[in-house]
Ligand binder design. Structure first.
Ligand SMILES: Nc1ncnc2c1ncn2[C@@H]1O[C@H](COP(=O)(O)OP(=O)(O)OP(=O)(O)O)[C@@H](O)[C@H]1O
Length: 502
């Protein structure tokens, strides 16, 4: 692990300046060597060159590596430069006296970087090395092909020649890895959806995207705290298990099935998952997809570190299957059309197959396609009717974790009341606890009652509002139960005229 150390003072700068002069002198010597080189016999030249190298190493024992901001393609920032910038930002801004603030297109964070001609010291495996930032003289030309003047910036790394192997291998990899990880963490996350277009043809992008800024976190998610801990651990373990998945020969993906009644927090949990792992979210609307080919295209076009969500999976598959039946020609007209012409009939059948998103298409894509993708992905299905789902779709391995989100218990209530009223205890809690045990109410309904809606609202009035809602729900449930038992009694052998059959 690299550790930045405080700058060792002016000694290094002085040494560098002295060395620079000496190197200039050495350059002059080189010219002299070149002139005399052809007059010296080969053996003597080898000895002289050897001595010359030792001499240069003695007076300037350093190596410098320069990382320009733009290289080759002037319009694309060098990835190495960007990674170094983030690395130095995270590790060294407390050392440098002058910093430069940047905001990049892919991030909302203000990135402070080491300003021009500032020097910072880094330490890696007890090796000290120095980073400086600079700008090429060419940038000061009045006519420039560079998009902006500051784009001729560079970072320069200086280290002792004897550490060449460690620095050019391990250290640079360490800097790149850290820098990329920080870039990933700071990037502006996105919420993508395929629901507002035809998803093909001449569209430039299959997904439309907006910034993902959902405020839900696991802290604000109301559910049993122990189950919540398990889910958090599972997600964090998954996100760090690249090597494990590789070793096991498994695609780095994990499936979650979230099920429960409407308003119990399934969508909220997806947002909390994305915020925990800092992943993007792809909201895949199955009903907007024409066929399996389009589904594959959409899934291929998702990025790593993303959660792909299919909400209400049971309804989505039902709708697409129905559409397939409608399009595929099960109607009378189609039968008539195909009856006389077997070739036409066959073609119709093939067309039908291609025109719907099938369960097998979905499963094949998820299982097959991503096995070939190296980066991590999470897939989430949500449903209000888990019992309706095909067992093949949700078997373990496909949907690794089945998470039930249910009616509001007292523990979940305590989280909601903290979120909305910022209180941990109240004399009305005992009544609420009792009512929650006797009544089914969703967290969404509890949240609605606890939410402040005017300046007059306070903890007492909001809790009372919840109590009234709970009592109403309890009464409603009792009434329903009474009606049901009456219906049952009617059905159990009592005929309409009141005569008992049995
Ligand atoms: N468990 C929960 N924790 C915190 N807030 C919740 C929870 N459940 C519901 N809510 C609140 O209720 C609103 C609706 O919840 P959400 O959309 O997550 O439910 P859902 O289970 O996905 O519903 P549906 O099945 O209808 O899509 C949320 O915006 C949130 O404010």
């Amino acid at each position: 692990m690299a550790k930045m150390v405080t700058r060792t003072g002016k000694a290094f700068a002085g040494l560098t300046a002295m060395a620079a002069h000496t190197v200039k002198a050495a350059a002059g010597v080189t010219v002299v060597f070149a002139m005399f080189q052809k007059y010296f016999p080969c053996e003597l030249r080898v000895v002289i060159m050897d001595l010359y190298e030792k001499f240069v190493n003695f007076i300037y024992p350093y190596i410098q590596i320069t990382f320009p901001e733009y290289q080759g393609n002037y319009f694309e920032r060098s990835k190495a430069f960007a990674a170094i910038e983030r690395y130095l930002n995270a590790h060294s801004t407390n050392q440098a006296k002058r910093l430069q603030a940047n905001i990049f297109d892919d991030s909302d964070a203000v990135v402070l970087t080491v300003a021009k001609n500032q020097e910072v010291t880094d330490e890696f495996k007890s090796i000290t090395l120095w980073w400086t930032s600079g700008e090429d003289d060419a940038a000061k030309q009045s006519i420039s092909f560079w998009p902006r003047e500051e784009e001729k910036r560079y970072f320069r790394l200086t280290f002792y020649r004897k550490h060449r192997h460690v620095i050019s291998g391990e250290y640079l990899k360490h800097v790149m890895d850290k820098g990329k990880a920080i870039t990933m963490e700071e990037r502006r996350r996105k919420l993508c959806t395929n629901s507002d277009g035809d998803g093909g043809g001449f569209r430039r992008s299959l997904w439309s995207e907006v910034a993902f800024e959902h405020p839900a976190t696991f802290d604000t998610l109301a559910m049993d705290p122990r189950r919540k801990e398990e889910i958090i651990d599972d997600l964090l373990y998954f996100s760090k298990s690249e090597d494990y998945y590789k070793k096991a020969g498994k695609a780095w993906k994990r499936g979650y099935l979230l099920h429960g009644p409407p308003g119990t927090g399934k969508s909220t949990m997806v947002a909390a998952m994305a915020n925990l792992l800092k992943y993007d979210v792809y909201d895949l609307e199955l009903t907007a997809i024409k066929n399996n080919t389009e589904l594959r295209k959409l899934l291929i076009n998702t990025t790593s570190k993303s959660i792909i969500v299919i909400e209400d999976i049971d309804c989505s598959l039902e709708v697409t299957a129905q559409r397939g039946r409608d399009d595929g020609g099960d109607g009378d007209d189609d039968k008539k059309e195909g009856k006389d012409d077997p070739v036409k009939e066959k073609m119709k059948k093939e067309e039908k197959k291609g025109s719907e998103v099938t369960l097998s298409g979905l499963l094949n894509t998820i299982d097959g396609l991503w096995s070939a993708c190296p980066a991590e992905r999470i897939i989430v299905f949500t449903t209000n009717h888990v019992e309706k789902l095909d067992k093949a779709l949700i078997r373990r391995g496909r949907m690794d974790e089945h998470i039930e989100l249910s009616y509001c218990g007292f523990e979940a209530f305590k989280i909601l009341v903290k979120n909305y009223l910022d209180i941990d205890s109240h004399e009305l809690f005992a009544v609420i606890r009792q009512l929650l045990q006797e009544t089914d109410i969703t967290p969404a309904d509890v949240a609605d009652k606890l939410m402040r809606k005017s300046d007059a609202d306070d903890a007492d009035s909001n809790l009372m509002r919840l109590i009234r809602a709970l009592e109403d729900a309890k009464e409603e449930a009792a009434k329903k139960k009474a009606e049901e038992s009456l219906d049952d009694a009617d059905g159990d052998g009592v005929e309409e005229n009141g005569e008992t059959i049995d």
